[in-house]
Design a protein around this ligand. Structure first.
Ligand code: ACO
Length: 324
């Protein structure tokens, strides 16, 4: 039986960090309001001309280096993004080319903030069925390009960045929960919630890129319930529970959503990885960025049980339980 084991991790954030204080100059807000309601202190903003593909490529290069392999060892690239460079070709294919990879395949996935969990789950399927040995899974976003910078209810929340993981097929385990690799994942979506969080443009509807629109309170109201539902699914599927967890690495949208979800699930605060203060909400990039931080600072170690979850526009939501 194949398991998808993480063998490398990488991340990239643009050089320019935009602080809450700087945002006070742009819209009627205060650093205190932003920190109190969201936990965000700063977010990174891509430089002029710096694209989602550039961010994704940088994170991918670091993940390859971290894994000690080259692009020749990768069979498939899956990029989770809601902010592609172009309507087509897929940004993943542009990253593939930038990495000098001309074999295998690459495609994009669109599940907004849940994109990385959807991409990881898809990569796991390719590995479990023997169709790929190593998959490069990237989350990369430039949400600064779809933000309405005059709308204080949304512009304070989001940032740009990228993270990447490399999954490798392993037959080392015995099929038990002690195996390294992805143990279970659970994906959900429900389009009835479209109006609560969407972009008001697109090629087929308006022939424009559009801007992000959100009913923040409505999103908040649904977030905790949806997140905890798919985590309970992961626990039921494996027989593991919150006491078995070493790390909880949630999508970094808002510290209050993260705290409320952890509390509802009885996950101890010391097990929760939080980077939203430094990155803001980077959508599909937030989980691999947070993983990269917690691996590089030595918190996440080989053999640790790590729980990932995300919820975002659509709505889409999902969880992934893996042993590092
Ligand atoms: N600065 C100052 N005041 C503001 C700001 C701001 N940036 N934004 C809104 N306000 C004001 C509002 O105008 C309102 O004023 P009023 O009472 O005079 O009308 C007041 O603050 C309260 O507004 P609410 O929207 O009710 O504030 P709330 O406490 O709900 O916080 C927030 C807003 C932070 C957006 C919250 O609803 C939230 O976190 N929602 C979840 C949204 C989210 O995380 N989305 C990410 C994408 S989905 C995902 O990734 C899970």
């Amino acid at each position: 039986m194949f398991r998808s084991v993480v063998i490398g991790v990488g991340s990239y954030t643009p050089e320019n960090a935009l602080t809450n204080k700087e945002l006070e100059q742009r819209v009627e807000t205060s650093s205190e309001w932003i920190v109190q309601r969201t936990g965000i202190e700063q977010r990174h903003i891509a430089a002029e001309g710096e694209t989602t593909a550039d961010l994704g490529e940088a994170a991918a290069r670091e993940a390859l280096k971290n894994a000690g392999i080259g692009v020749e060892d990768i069979d498939l690239i899956i990029l989770a993004t809601a902010t592609p460079n172009n309507t087509f070709p897929a940004t993943s294919v542009q990253i593939q080319n930038a990495l000098g990879m001309h074999h295998g395949a690459a495609f994009d996935m669109q599940a907004v903030c849940s994109g990385f969990v959807f991409a990881l789950t898809t990569a796991d399927m390719y590995i479990r069925t023997g169709q790929a040995k190593r998959v490069l899974v990237i989350g990369a976003e430039t949400f600064s390009r779809i933000i309405d910078w005059t709308d204080r209810t949304t512009c304070v929340l989001f940032g740009d960045g990228a993270g990447a993981l490399i999954l490798e097929a392993s037959e080392a385990g015995d099929g038990s929960n002690q195996d390294r690799g992805i143990l279970t994942s659970h994906l959900r979506s429900d389009g009835a919630h479209k109006e609560k969080l969407f972009v008001d443009g697109g090629p087929s509807s308006t022939q424009t890129t559009g801007h992000l629109r959100m009913q923040g309170r409505e999103v908040f109201k649904h977030a905790v319930g949806m997140i905890t539902d798919v985590i309970v699914d992961a626990f039921e599927a494996t027989g593991l529970d919150e006491n078995d967890l070493d790390w909880f690495v949630p999508h970094q949208a808002n510290k209050r959503i993260i705290d409320a979800s952890a509390k509802k699930l009885n996950i101890e605060p010391k097990k929760v990885v939080i980077t939203v203060d430094q990155h803001g909400n980077t959508s599909a990039a937030s989980i691999p960025l947070a993983l990269s931080v917690a691996v590089n600072d030595g918190r996440i170690q080989k053999g640790d049980l790590v729980l990932l979850e995300a919820m975002g526009g659509g709505f889409t939501w999902g969880s992934c339980l893996l042993r590092w």
